[in-house]
Design a protein around this ligand. Structure first.
Ligand SMILES: *Cc1c(COP(=O)(O)O)cnc(C)c1O
Ligand SMILES: [Zn+2]
Length: 404
């Protein structure tokens, strides 16, 4: 009989320190985020990649490579195994014959943050956490409040007043303790930090607990499984805190170590940001290993309005190591891409996801993408959560009986 989880410990990617996963872990003593490590040799010996196809369509199909030991601690709304679909019409418009969408718009809670919440809350439950707190740009707080409700854990959520209104309502309806802050996510972070230190509460902030990223990495597993255990050439990811792109990078590495990838080298990873908040792009352009705080950041793609990410060095490593790149998209270009994807392919995607399509178009024009390369754009959430990004013009109101 194999184990339910093959997690062995959590490890600091900066100083190499090990910690037990059976205890509550936040940041490393050196200040770096911690990453979960698995006994991949044992997984290799006991698990066949073919078993996954026989399991439920949920990210928990990969439970051996997730951190929860006891199945009864799993908190799930059936998340994961989202569609990976080819977009032939948009692809033709962009000059990309193998353009795909990985569509997180259809997942519970309306954004991919659900993956991090399902795994993060399940592990928190296993560790007997009773109360957690986090700063958020909206979607993470929404997802964590809803999963916390299911796990009977108290959730204190602090988000900017400008965050998408729907996410505020998700926290509220879940019974989360919601605070709005007249500032950015970085301001919310400081407030949460003080609150946690004074009250001994679990810090669920981005990368300040090691398991949210474990949920997000499953996007990487799914992409590879859905391509028949092959990797695409390029994955474009809308990058804010960077957990998604680091998670995908981690997943690809794990699969490679397991010998479960049939073709070629790792995909080139592209961090897509908005021109109004592009700290990773600036750092990448200068060949730096860390980013600098991006002053006065602003973009309608709210999930990627993160002026300084605690895991920036890991995002940059993922880009450098895979020969990827970083690119900033204007507000006009991302709104136009959102309209184009919906009108040509029928997907109503979020503005963050739209930025990746604008990036694919531009990178093809610049020759960075070849026309026959397999390119995956990650749509991280549903357009339905952002009604304000679509400005309707020229609609006629009819009187009853009036002809069109
Ligand atoms: C949070 C968020 C992002 C950014 O994800 P990170 O993993 O933090 O980089 C992108 N899109 C949406 C819709 C988000 O909510
Ligand atoms: Zn360390």
């Amino acid at each position: 009989m194999g184990n339910y989880s093959y997690i062995s410990h959590v490890e600091c990617p900066k100083c190499g320190e090990h910690y037990e996963d059976a205890k509550i872990n936040q940041l490393c003593a050196c200040g770096s985020p911690l990453l979960a490590r698995y006994d991949l040799e044992k997984v290799k010996a006991n698990v066949s990649r073919d078993c996954f196809a026989t399991r439920k369509n949920s990210l928990w199909r990969y439970h051996e490579l997730l951190p929860v030991h006891n199945e009864k601690n799993i908190v799930t709304l059936g998340e994961g195994m989202t569609p990976l679909e080819k977009l032939p019409t948009l692809g033709a418009a962009y000059g990309l014959t193998n353009l795909y969408i990985k569509d997180e718009g259809v997942i519970p809670t309306g954004s991919f943050k659900t993956r991090g919440a399902s795994v993060g809350i399940s592990k928190a439950k296993e560790l007997s956490v009773r109360h957690l707190a986090m700063p958020t740009n909206g979607n993470a707080g929404a997802a964590w409040a809803l999963y916390a409700a299911k796990a009977n854990i108290r959730a204190t959520i602090v988000m900017p007043v400008d965050a998408p209104e729907m996410t505020r309502k998700e926290v509220y309806v879940a019974g989360g303790e919601l605070y709005l802050i007249n500032g950015l996510i970085s301001d919310a972070g400081k407030t949460v930090s003080n609150f946690i230190q004074q009250n001994g509460i679990y810090d669920a902030s981005t990368l300040k607990e090691p398991y949210r990223i474990e949920g997000k990495k499953t996007m990487g597993y799914e992409i590879v499984e859905q391509f028949g255990w092959k990797v695409p050439d390029v994955i474009l990811y809308p990058t804010g805190g960077g957990v998604g792109i680091i998670g995908i990078y981690k997943a690809l590495f794990e699969l490679k170590q397991l010998g479960w990838i049939d073709n070629g080298k790792l995909p080139r990873l592209v961090a897509v940001q908005a021109e109004g908040c592009a700290p990773i792009v600036e750092a990448w352009k200068n060949g730096e290993k860390e980013s600098r705080f991006f002053e006065n950041s602003k973009t309608s793609a709210f999930g990627i309005n993160v002026p300084k990410a605690i895991g920036d060095f890991l995002v940059l490593e993922a880009i450098y190591h895979t020969n990827g790149c970083a690119i900033a998209i204007s507000e006009n270009d991302l709104i136009e891409a959102q309209k184009q994807v919906a009108s040509l392919e029928g997907n109503f995607i979020c503005p963050e996801g739209a930025a990746t399509f604008a990036a694919a178009r531009i990178l093809r024009e610049q020759g960075w993408l070849q026309s026959d390369e397999t390119v995956v754009c990650l749509n991280t959430g549903s357009g339905l959560k952002y009604p304000e990004t679509v400005q309707i013009q020229g609609i006629k109101t009819l009187l009853p009986g009036q002809e069109i």
